[in-house]
Write a protein that binds this ligand. Structure first.
Ligand SMILES: Nc1ncnc2c1ncn2[C@@H]1O[C@H](COP(=O)(O)OP(=O)(O)OP(=O)(O)O)[C@@H](O)[C@H]1O
Ligand SMILES: [Mg+2]
Length: 392
């Protein structure tokens, strides 16, 4: 895995699976089995604490403490257990020290370095390369960039079909480059202080300057800078402020705004201008190798039966004439497989492998969610953003 101190993703996955199993066991009041599972969880948490970077060790230690308390209750008064601990401390790629001033921290729904890296991100090699050139190097070596007069960029747009990794890419880039990710959620910006949203936008950029070097991530940016702002003039003021702030980013500001959308044609074209969005990067549907790796990442820790291979799983999720699997469809298939294996394990005490039947059952429930028509539209937009009409 990535750099030194990176938390092993497989251990986190195992932790999540066991936590799910524990939930099932507690619901079924199988306390003896729950004790065994809790002990396994504690062993994993110990490993995670040991391998975690310094600033995250505490999170794992506290998580372990809550499971130790649970174990005590399980051994003495199991009927009084209301819930299993730990949902909130479970890292979904955004744990770490938050050392921003309070008024700035509340601007962002997350403000930490991600624990995910490019090893967790299947495929998308071109996207990784683009992000390295546009984010990592200019933010880490601003002096060299400036001395050679290399133009650094202010804004980068990730666009592509839903569930194919735009948000995930931003998280993985933050962890990979070891640069803080400030996540700005448009719905928070728009609703924070009614009538003062444009002030919120100004503050957001002010905070980004304080937190630099940083990646400011604006997800679903089409909601913030829509093609047509409807209703009150508030959205228009927000938009104007955002465009003004984007134009005001200087190389020495040392942060970059990464935006994401699955409806790029609904963006106000004013944003697609050098100095605002300088580069747009397509995040496509997963190809065969990428799907294979997503299966591998998401089924790690499970035994795969002889009739199943990651290669076969990738082949079974080839696009049809009209539709393709999104990356999130593949992870949903894996989640279904894991859930059923965990349920069987809880009920029979037999930990079964991933069988072809199990895969087929999961695939019946998760259909390919992207149409090829949608994909053509993204490709057309990428070639000429101004020519693609508004969606309905
Ligand atoms: N390349 C990838 N490698 C591994 N997992 C991936 C990859 N792409 C997506 N995923 C998985 O799919 C999930 C959904 O991806 P994500 O939320 O980033 O999609 P999105 O493009 O932002 O979708 P939307 O347009 O709906 O916001 C991720 O949380 C991750 O688990
Ligand atoms: Mg997203």
């Amino acid at each position: 895995m990535g750099g030194p101190g990176r938390i092993a993703l497989s251990s986190i996955k195992e932790f999540k699976t066991l936590r799910q199993l524990l939930r099932v066991q507690l619901q079924a009041q199988k306390y003896a089995e729950a004790i065994v599972t809790t002990k396994k969880i504690l062993t994993i948490l110990k490993g995670l604490e040991l391998s975690a970077p310094q600033e995250v060790k505490d999170v794992w230690r506290k998580t372990a403490e809550s499971y130790r308390t649970l174990l005590e209750k399980l051994e003495k008064t199991p009927k009084q257990i209301a819930a299993i601990p730990g949902q909130e401390e479970t890292p979904d790629g955004s744990i770490g020290a938050v050392d921003l001033p309070k008024d700035c921290a509340e601007m962002f729904s997350s403000a930490s370095k991600s624990t995910l890296g490019f090893n967790d991100l299947a495929g998308l090699e071109q996207v990784k390369e683009d992000l390295k050139d546009s984010i990592e190097l200019p933010l880490k070596y601003p002096d060299k960039w400036q001395k050679l007069g290399v133009k650094s960029i202010s804004g980068l747009l990730l666009y592509g079909p839903p569930g194919c990794g735009k948000t995930y890419v931003a998280k993985c880039a933050s962890g990979q480059f070891n640069i803080r990710l400030l996540v700005a959620d448009p719905s928070v910006v728009m609703s924070k202080y009614v009538g003062e949203s444009e002030k919120v936008v100004a503050k957001l950029f002010k905070c980004a300057r304080k937190a630099a070097p940083a990646i400011v991530f604006v997800d679903e940016v089409d909601k913030l800078i829509p093609l047509e702002s409807k209703g009150s003039e508030v959205p228009q003021r927000v938009e104007a402020q955002f465009l003004q702030e984007m134009s005001g980013i200087k190389p020495e500001s040392n942060f970059i705004v990464v935006m994401a959308t699955n409806e790029p044609w609904n963006l106000n074209p004013a944003i697609i201008r050098p100095g605002r969005i300088d580069r747009w990067v397509y995040v496509p549907e997963p190809d065969r190798e990428t799907r294979q790796r997503i299966f591998e990442l998401n089924l790690s820790g499970l035994t795969i039966s002889g009739e199943v291979s990651y290669y076969k799983l990738a082949a079974m999720t080839e696009p049809t004439d009209t539709r393709c699997y999104a990356a999130s469809d593949i992870t949903a298939i894996c989640e279904d497989i894991r859930l059923h294996i965990a349920k069987d394990w809880a009920e029979t005490d037999i930990l079964s492998p991933v069988t072809m039947q199990r895969v087929k059952d999961a695939m019946k429930k998760v259909r390919p969610s992207i149409s090829k028509q949608q994909i053509s539209r993204y490709i057309k937009w990428g070639k000429d953003p101004k020519a693609t009409g508004r969606s309905v």
